[in-house]
Design a protein around this ligand. Structure first.
Ligand SMILES: [Zn+2]
Ligand SMILES: [Zn+2]
Length: 216
């Protein structure tokens, strides 16, 4: 895995060719932290999908590397089991109603298969249903609410939910034998903790104060 990641640096012109050969959908490359795979987001044209792609990029490049230790620890063992590149197909909803899927080998899209051929196999693929994720309510927002945040709370929810479903699907990819119920309870807890952290950070920012109270 690691070697594949290092050797990944060049197939010259590959990205250019990929971008050109999948017209009709947009592609966006998102580079994460050192050990995290490169994400190739693929999404239909339109402002909703564009917004979801930008939000996911912010999750991956800003929020993920800055997680508290308590949150980062939860997914630390996963990264070295992931391929160098993960294709993320964004769609508003999936026909089955799921928030996302991990696509086992052999069921990937043409885009992922093309990458696999060019890169020698070190790729994976998931899909995320961004409108379903936006509407997902794993816990009542009122339990976190801070009335002052208003509409911003819904944005924080979308951010936390996108990242939680992403790590959920990546965990399936890294550990295919892990039962759904374990993966799901882990990602639900991750969502709850992340929301608390985001809300706390945001409330501090709204009032221009850092936390002065002690946690009890
Ligand atoms: Zn499904
Ligand atoms: Zn799952």
């Amino acid at each position: 895995m690691r070697t594949a990641k290092k050797s990944f640096a060049h197939p010259p012109g590959l990205w250019q060719r990929l971008m050109e050969s999948f017209r009709g959908r947009r592609q966006k490359l998102v580079r994460g932290d050192r050990s995290a795979p490169l994400l190739l987001l693929s999404y239909p044209p339109g402002s909703g999908a564009e917004e979801a792609a930008l939000e996911l990029e912010a999750c991956y490049t800003h929020t993920l590397p800055a997680l508290s230790d308590a949150l980062a620890r939860r997914y630390a063992p996963m990264w070295e089991h992931l391929p160098a590149v993960v294709v993320v197909l964004l769609r508003p909803r999936s026909a089955c109603g799921c928030l996302g899927h991990h696509h086992p080998r052999g069921t990937e899209s043409g885009l992922a298969r093309r990458l696999q051929t060019e890169l020698g196999g070190s790729t994976g693929e998931i899909d995320l249903a961004y409108e379903a994720i936006r509407r997902w309510q794993p816990l009542p927002l009122s339990s976190l609410a801070s009335a002052e945040l208003g509409d911003r709370l819904a944005q924080l929810h979308f951010h936390a939910a996108l990242l939680s479903v992403l790590v959920h699907e990546l965990e399936h990819m890294a550990f295919p034998q892990k039962p759904e119920r374990i993966v799901r309870s882990g990602s639900n807890e991750f969502y709850g903790m992340l929301m608390e952290e985001l809300v706390r950070a945001e409330s501090g920012a709204v009032f221009g104060m850092k936390e002065s109270r002690r946690e009890s």
